[in-house]
Design a protein around this ligand. Structure first.
Ligand code: AR6
Length: 211
């Protein structure tokens, strides 16, 4: 992973844009913002197993998407039951700018010895797998599990970025992965994790220039 300078085409309204290159052609971005306004092909929802909505980013996505999103979630829920943590499913984007919403369930933080890192990594891997199946080239993630589910944000940022970087090291249909972080503290945690990740030799990451 290499850091890249934002280009002159970037929207100046993008707060705190940091950009990195992963592997041959994937771009990873960190911004501060509201994921419901993103026009990437897919946005990811940090849902709960019921799939029937909730607070935080889940509530914001359902509010912005309108009732058709809930209706789709209800149908999926009826068909397959609750969604286990670490898994993901997709719906349309309903009234959102994004074409699809990928709903995943992060782990509730129980202190770190209940497989939380593996479950959290699985959320990111599964979301990218589904995005590829849907032929998406771009996806936006929130910081899964670091709100109501209580996952410490620095640890979650490391797990999240590493999981994404490992997938995108290989050729992948998704070439833009954007983390839309809701507050400066979360953005800072992800920026720090990105910095650490760039020095991990086995992921072949090195800094090219700083954004
Ligand atoms: N855009 C981007 N990020 C947001 C937004 C937004 N509009 N709103 C909040 N965040 P949380 P979790 C951030 O609690 O920890 C729900 O009730 C928020 O600041 O939304 O995975 C679900 O139904 C935080 O950094 O998700 C589940 O029951 C991050 O999103 C439960 O919460 C995640 O916080 C899931 O908990």
């Amino acid at each position: 992973m290499r850091a890249e300078k934002p280009s002159s085409h970037d929207d100046p309204a993008r707060l705190a844009l940091l950009r990195y290159r992963i592997g041959p052609e994937a771009i990873l971005e960190l911004i501060i913002g509201d994921i419901t306004t993103e026009s990437t092909d897919a946005i990811v929802n940090a849902a709960n197993s019921s799939l029937l909505g909730g607070g935080g980013v889940d509530g914001a996505i359902h509010d912005a998407a309108g009732p058709n999103l809930l209706a789709e979630c209800q149908q999926i829920r009826q068909k397959r039951g609750p969604l286990p943590a670490g898994q993901a499913i997709s719906t349309s984007g309903a009234n959102l700018p994004a074409r699809y919403v990928i709903h995943t369930v992060g782990p509730v933080w129980h202190g770190g010895s209940a497989n939380e890192p593996e479950t959290l990594a699985s959320c990111y891997r599964e979301s990218l797998r589904i995005a590829a199946e849907l032929a998406c080239v771009s996806i936006s993630f929130p910081s899964i599990s670091t709100g109501a589910f209580g996952y410490p944000v620095h640890d979650a940022a490391n797990v999240a970025l590493r999981a994404v970087a490992e997938v995108l090291q290989q050729p992948h249909p998704v070439t833009l992965t954007r983390f839309v972080l809701f507050d400066p503290r979360t953005h800072k945690a992800y920026a720090r994790a990105a910095q650490q990740l760039m020095s991990i030799a086995e992921l072949q990451m090195k800094i090219e220039c700083s954004g």
